[in-house]
Design a protein around this ligand. Structure first.
Ligand code: FAD
Length: 365
C-alpha cells in the first residue's frame, strides 16, 4: 500500500512527489501519457530539445523557487527577447525604445513619448479591445503589433472582443528587449526533462496509465490521492464540461543551422495564419554552439478552438466557466481522500514557477 497515488507527472505532481519522497512517504506516480513531465516535456530531435507542448521559458522573482529548481538542475542564461514580424518588417518586443526607433525613427524617450501621446485615443470607457488598445498605445503600435495578432489568437475581430483581455500594454522608454521583468529566468541546462527526472528520482512511476481506465483499482492502492488532472473529469462531468483554448503545432526539421536567429518570432499580420514560429535550439545553444548542430527544428503555432480529444491548454476564465469551476471546487473541497492541485485540477492558468511554489506550500502529510 502506498501513502500517496499521484495522478499526473507534470511539474505539480513531480514537485509533490519530490517532497513526499524526502519526507519518507511511499508514493506512486501515474500518467496517462507515455512520458513524464506533462506540458514541459521535450522530445529530442536532431539533438535539439523540442518543446512539444509549446515553448516554455522559466521566469520568476521568487528566490525560493529559483533556488529549489537550480538545486535539481542548474539553469542557463536564456533571456526571452521575442521579435515581431509584420509584412516583412521586424520589431523588437516588448514595446521599448528599439521598437519605437524601428517604427518611427525616434531616438529619445521624449520623442517616443510625444509620438505615442499624439496617437492615443481619449476614450473614457472603451467598449471593446480595439478601443482599449487605442487608448493605451495609439494607432501605429495597435495596428502593427496588436490587432491582427490578437485576432489570430482569439479567432474574432478586436471590435468583438471585450476590453478587459488587455488590461495593460506596457511601454518601456529604455532600450531593453528583455521580455520579463522578473529577477530570474532561464532554461534547465540539458532541458526540462532533466528537471522532471531530478524531481522524480527514486519515485515509482507508471506511464500509459489513465486513472479513469480503472479508478477503483487506482484508488485502492494508496491511502491518499493527489489528483492533477481535469477537475470536471474527476466528477464525471456531472455539471457539464469546462472549456479550454488550445494551440496546434506544426513542427519541421530544416536543413540549416540557424533559421531565424531567435527563439521566438511573433507574426502579427493576417498574412500568415500562425501566430509564432519557435526555433527550439536558441533556448539552449548560444554562439558557435548554434552552428555545431547542423540542422534546426521550428514549430509554427496556430491558435485553435478546443474540441474533445485536443490538449486542454488555457482555461477560459469567463463568467460561465468560472461559475462552473466553483461548483466542481465545492465538491473537491468535500473529498476526504483526494487533494487537487495544478493547472487542470484548479482550472487556472499557472506559469511554471507559481505551480512549483504551490506544490511546495500545499499541505501534505
Ligand atoms: P500538466 O503539465 O498539464 O500535467 C498534468 C499531467 O496530468 C499530465 O502529464 C497529464 O497527462 C496527466 N493526467 C491528466 N489526467 C490524467 C489521468 N486521468 N490519468 C493519468 N494522468 C493524467 N509556464 C511558464 O512559466 N513559462 C512559459 O513559457 C509557459 N509556456 C506555456 C505554453 C503553453 C502552450 C502552455 C499550455 C503552458 C505554458 N506554461 C508556461 C505553463 C506550464 O505549462 C504549467 O505551469 C505547468 O505545465 C503546469 O504543470 P501541471 O503539473 O499543473 O500540469
Amino acid at each position: 500500500m502506498y501513502d500517496y497515488l499521484i495522478v499526473g507527472s507534470g511539474l505539480f505532481g513531480a514537485t509533490c512527489a519530490f517532497r513526499l519522497r524526502q519526507a519518507g512517504k511511499r508514493c506512486l506516480v501515474i500518467d496517462r501519457r507515455s512520458h513524464t513531465g506533462g506540458n514541459v516535456h521535450c522530445a529530442t530531435v536532431e539533438g535539439i530539445h523540442v518543446h512539444q507542448y509549446g515553448a516554455h521559458i522559466f521566469h520568476t522573482s521568487d528566490k525560493r523557487v529559483w533556488d529549489f529548481v537550480n538545486a535539481i538542475v542548474p539553469f542557463n542564461r536564456y533571456t526571452n527577447s521575442p521579435l515581431a514580424s509584420y509584412h516583412g518588417r521586424l520589431f523588437n518586443l516588448p514595446f521599448n525604445m528599439n521598437t519605437f526607433y524601428q517604427m518611427w525613427g525616434v531616438r529619445t524617450p521624449e520623442e517616443a513619448r510625444r509620438m505615442i501621446e499624439s496617437q492615443r485615443l481619449d476614450i473614457e470607457n472603451p467598449a471593446n479591445l480595439e478601443e482599449q488598445a487605442l487608448k493605451l498605445v495609439g494607432r501605429d503600435i495597435y495596428e502593427t503589433l496588436v490587432k491582427e495578432y490578437t485576432e489570430k489568437q482569439w479567432g474574432r475581430p478586436c471590435t468583438e472582443l471585450p476590453p478587459f483581455i488587455i488590461k495593460r500594454l506596457p511601454v518601456r522608454f529604455v532600450y531593453d528587449n528583455n521580455y520579463f521583468n522578473d529577477a530570474y529566468q532561464g532554461i534547465p541546462i540539458g532541458g526540462y526533462n532533466r528537471l522532471i527526472d531530478g524531481l522524480l528520482s527514486g519515485v515509482e512511476v507508471k506511464l500509459d496509465a489513465d486513472f479513469f481506465a480503472d479508478r477503483p483499482y487506482w484508488e485502492s492502492v494508496a491511502e491518499k490521492v493527489l489528483y492533477t488532472g481535469p477537475i470536471d473529469a474527476y466528477f464525471d462531468y456531472r455539471f457539464g464540461k469546462l472549456a479550454y483554448r488550445t494551440v496546434r503545432f506544426e513542427t519541421e526539421v530544416l536543413d540549416t543551422p540557424n533559421y531565424q536567429g531567435n527563439a521566438v518570432v511573433n507574426y502579427t499580420s493576417h498574412e500568415q495564419p500562425f501566430t509564432r514560429i519557435i526555433e527550439h535550439k536558441h533556448f539552449e545553444l548560444f554562439g558557435q554552439a548554434v552552428y555545431d548542430v547542423p540542422k534546426t527544428v521550428i514549430s509554427r503555432e496556430f491558435s485553435t478552438e478546443w474540441k474533445e480529444g485536443m490538449e486542454p491548454f488555457y482555461p477560459v476564465n469567463d463568467g460561465t466557466n468560472s461559475a462552473l469551476y466553483l461548483r466542481y471546487k465545492e465538491l473537491a473541497d468535500r473529498e476526504e481522500k483526494t487533494i487537487f492541485g495544478g493547472r487542470l485540477a484548479e482550472y487556472k492558468y499557472y506559469d511554471m514557477a507559481p505551480v512549483i511554489a504551490r506544490a511546495l506550500d500545499i499541505d501534505l502529510d
